[in-house]
Each structure stands twice: as structure tokens, then as C-alpha cells.
Design a protein around this ligand. Structure first.
Ligand code: GDP
Ligand code: GDP
Length: 436
């Protein structure tokens, strides 16, 4: 299921990243080395009352003049509109209402999206006199918060989750949603056109177009698919904002909505830091992932080229050794069928269910081959495991003490499960519960 997306918009210094970090708190991942994702705080998963959602901080680098601030705010607002289900518009309660707040509010109003107005830096229960000015923005009731002190967070989160779509209409379990992700010019549009068999992706340069990703349903054999295209609009604006941040945000939104992500790599350029970042996000989100190496026609090849390239990918994307790669040339129409074959294969693996008996006998063997870790004389005991979810596969382990479940042992169990059952192209998730 795709998670609702909440985007935070606001001027520099109103407290967006403070809010973001407090809401997200600490997240535990069985993979420690996902690069760049949590560190630069563009995106994180959050949870309130058992509801999971993705939080995106649209704020980029700090602009230095009012002009630039406003044009960046415009981009932030656009990105938020394109990508999110709920927009949090944060203003500074210490500064009071500013003219740029008004401009941004009027942009946001036109979207028809749910907007929540947060007035930050209200550090004491008494509201300042000019607080009521914020009603003028026409975005409904302003909610006073103190991000630094986490005041009123419960109310804010309640309001946010109330606004989530009840059931996502395009969350049809039988339709595999594919996101094509990659740097500009890697060949995304070309691939999409080739897959659809006709020139159906219309690239629009019309200013103010509100949706960047274009969804196209199609069929292959008996299988139904939806292609999510993020290539979309090429901005010709002069704003030199944080272009990379914005393209990552777009990619994130597409990843959140997809089942299988095609990470397109330019064979000549290889895997870049941005590719790694995006791969890390797909991994964290538990999506299927296939590395599509395009422009293979440009590589001088011998019999080992593909193998060596594969090794290179494995080295760069060490946290997702499960991701298969395909080598194609859209231009020369080489091996294009492999892409969809692999999509079908990976989406089947994501939906795989392992019977509890088989799972536990594999785990018993694994424990026998490598003793669980111990600490201060106490040894980790694994009583039993069950698969409690698919897409991505989720395993629940009943154990004696969570503290004893080291990362390396969880990794070992993951490898054993993969050796036994495959799960190519998908991350798998573990939860550990203490018996008691
Ligand atoms: P961003 O640029 O919008 O991401 O803003 P930051 O989160 O970096 O915060 C900007 C400044 O405002 C920092 O100095 C924060 O410590 C401060 N700040 C954030 N939240 C609060 C708050 O609730 N109360 C007060 N008094 N200061 C805050
Ligand atoms: P996008 O920006 O990722 O959507 O990339 P496009 O699909 O617009 O392609 C960018 C450029 O790469 C175009 O000039 C394509 O003709 C070219 N291109 C796409 N696929 C291939 C390929 O397999 N081999 C070569 N040599 N060029 C390609």
C-alpha cells in the first residue's frame, strides 16, 4: 500500500526542519548503511496512531534575498502540490504575518489540496495578540505550535491524519505500478514510450501544469500495469533553487506510489550519488527495485562487460544486493522485453508467502549453523517466526530480548531467508517481538 505523503512548506528559518526532525524521531532500520537518506532530511517516514505516512521537507538551500525567497517558495509550493496529499504550511509566529505568507497562501489555496496552517514558535500557552492575523490567510484555523518544544504536536498530527484519503482509489492490488526513475537524459521517456509501444507521453512545458507525474495504464499479456512517469515537465524558469532536491522529492513521490521502481542508469556515467540516494529511498520504502542500465549500445563490450558492470553496481549499491539489473538500449531496441519480464518476476517475489513450517525449519537450520549472539552471559533466543505481510515481505520474530538482536545477525537471517526463498528485487522487513 502506498503511504500518504505530507509536505512541509515555508520560508527559511520558520522551523521546518526542527518540526520535521521532532515528528520523525528515531527510526530503526535493519539496514544501517542506507546512504544520504535520513542525513539530509528531505524525506522520512513518520507514524501517528498507527498510521504511517511519508514526510517531505521541501525547503532547500537558503536564499539570500526576498526575491529569491519568494520564487523558491513558489517552487516549494508547486512541488508540494504535485507530490503530496496534505500540505503543511508553516509560518513564524514571532515574526507575525508577512506579505510573502500571503502570497504563498494564495498559491496554496488554488490547489484544492488540503492545507494545514501551522504557526510555529508559539512557545508559551498564551497566544500573541497578532496571532489572529493568520486567519486572514483564508486557510482555516491556524494551529499554534512550538516545534522546538513539541507543543501541540498531538493536535497537529490528529488534524493531518484526519485529512488522509480514506482509501486510495488507485491502490488496486492486482495492478503493478511502475515508477521510472533516473537522472535527466538517462532515457526515461524513451523507455516509457518503447514500453507503451507508441508516443503517448506528452511532455508539456506549459507553466502552471500541476501534475508532474503522468500515470499511464497498460496491459501486457494478462497483466495490468500503471506507468508512473516523473520525466514530465522540464522547468525553463530562471530560478536556480535546489534543483537536485526538487528532483529527488519528485522521485520520492513516485517511489511512494509504486510497487516496482526502475532505476535507470546511464551506462556511460555509471551510478551517481543521486542514484544511490534514490535507491536508498526505494529500499527503505520496501519497494521492488530493478537497475536498468540504459545506453548499453555506447559501451565497448567484450564477453565479460556485463559481469563486470554488475559487480560495479553491487559495489555501489551494497545495501541492496538483491536488486537485479538489466542491460538495455532503448535506442537500438535491445533487450527491452527483459525489462517487463523482470518487472513481472519481481512483483511476484514481493507477493510471495512462505508457509510458517518451511520458514521455521529454515530458521532452525540457520541458528544451528551460526549461534545467535549473546551479551553478558545472556544469549539471543528465537522462538519462532511467521511471515505477517507481503509487498514488501514482512517477517515477525518472537525472541527473548530485542537488545540481543544485533544488526549483523538480522542481516545473516535475511541472507538465509533469501538463499532459501529468493525474494529477488525486493527488500524484506523484520519486526522483533519479545515473548512475554
Ligand atoms: P527551517 O529553515 O524552516 O528548516 O528552520 P529551522 O528548523 O532550521 O529553524 C530555524 C530557527 O528557528 C532555529 O534557530 C530554530 O532553533 C528556531 N526554532 C525552530 N522551532 C522553534 C520554536 O518552536 N520556538 C522557537 N523559539 N524557535 C524555534
Ligand atoms: P529522459 O530525460 O530520462 O526522459 O531521457 P530521454 O528519453 O529524453 O532521452 C535522452 C536522450 O538519450 C535522447 O537523445 C535519447 O535519444 C537518448 N537515448 C535514449 N536511450 C538511448 C540508448 O539506449 N542509447 C543511446 N545511445 N541514446 C539513448
Amino acid at each position: 500500500m502506498s503511504k500518504p505523503i505530507v509536505a512541509v512548506v515555508g520560508r527559511p528559518n520558520v522551523g521546518k526542519s526542527t518540526f520535521f526532525n521532532k515528528v520523525v524521531g528515531r527510526r530503526i532500520s535493519i539496514v544501517e548503511d542506507t546512504p544520504g537518506v535520513t542525513r539530509d532530511r528531505i524525506y522520512a517516514e513518520a507514524e501517528w496512531r498507527g498510521i504511517h505516512f511519508a514526510l517531505i521537507d521541501t525547503g532547500g538551500i537558503e536564499p539570500d534575498t526576498d526575491d529569491v525567497i519568494l520564487s523558491q517558495m513558489r517552487i516549494q509550493a508547486e512541488i508540494a502540490m504535485e507530490t503530496s496529499d496534505v500540505i503543511l504550511f508553516m509560518v513564524d509566529g514571532k515574526d507575525g504575518l508577512t506579505s510573502s505568507d500571503r502570497e504563498v497562501a494564495s498559491m496554496l489555496m488554488k490547489t484544492g489540496k488540503d492545507v494545514v496552517l501551522l504557526v510555529n514558535k508559539i512557545d508559551s500557552p498564551k497566544l500573541p495578540d497578532d496571532f489572529y492575523d493568520f486567519y486572514e490567510l483564508g486557510l482555516g484555523e491556524p494551529i499554534p505550535i512550538s516545534a522546538a518544544n513539541m507543543l501541540n504536536f498531538g493536535d497537529v498530527l490528529d488534524v493531518i491524519i484526519e485529512k488522509f484519503p480514506v482509501s486510495d482509489a488507485d491502490d488496486d492490488e492486482d495492478i503493478t505500478k511502475i515508477a521510472v526513475i533516473g537522472k535527466p537524459n538517462v532515457g526515461k521517456s524513451s523507455l516509457i514510450n518503447a514500453l507503451l509501444g507508441e508516443e503517448r507521453v506528452i511532455v508539456s512545458d506549459i507553466a502552471g501544469t500541476t501534475r508532474d507525474s503522468i500515470d499511464t495504464p497498460f496491459k501486457r499479456g494478462d497483466e495490468e500495469y500503471i506507468l508512473i512517469d516523473t520525466a514530465g515537465i522540464r522547468r525553463k524558469s530562471k530560478v536556480t533553487g535546489d534543483i537536485e532536491r526538487y528532483s529527488v522529492i519528485r522521485a520520492i513521490a513516485a517511489i511512494e506510489r509504486c510497487d516496482v521502481c526502475l532505476l535507470m542508469i546511464d551506462a556511460v556515467e555509471g551510478i551517481t550519488d543521486q542514484d544511490k540516494k534514490i535507491a536508498g529511498i526505494a529500499h527503505e520504502a520496501g519497494k521492488g527495485i530493478i537497475v536498468v542500465v540504459n545506453k548499453w549500445d555506447l559501451i565497448e563490450k567484450d564477453t565479460n562487460s556485463m559481469k563486470e558492470y554488475q559487480k560495479e553496481i553491487a559495489k555501489e549499491l551494497v545495501f541492496m544486493s538483491y536488486a537485479p539489473s538489466v542491460f538495455i538500449s532503448v535506442l537500438k531496441k535491445q533487450r527491452l522485453a527483459n525489462v517487463m519480464d523482470m518487472v513481472k518476476y519481481v512483483s511476484e517475489k514481493r507477493a510471495l508467502r512462505i508457509p510458517t513450517g518451511q520458514l521455521n525449519s529454515l530458521i532452525a537450520d540457520a541458528i544451528m549453523m551460526r549461534q545467535p549472539p549473546s551479551d553478558k552471559g545472556k544469549r539471543l533466543k528465537i522462538y519462532y517466526a511467521t511471515q505477517v505481510g507481503v509487498k514488501p515481505p514482512l517477517f515477525s520474530f518472537k525472541i527473548n530480548d530485542r537488545e540481543l538482536m544485533h544488526f549483523s545477525y538480522a542481516r545473516y537471517l535475511e541472507n538465509k531467508i533469501r538463499e532459501g526463498f529468493g525474494f529477488e528485487g525486493t527488500s524484506i522487513k523484520f519486526v522483533f517481538r519479545e515473548k512475554g
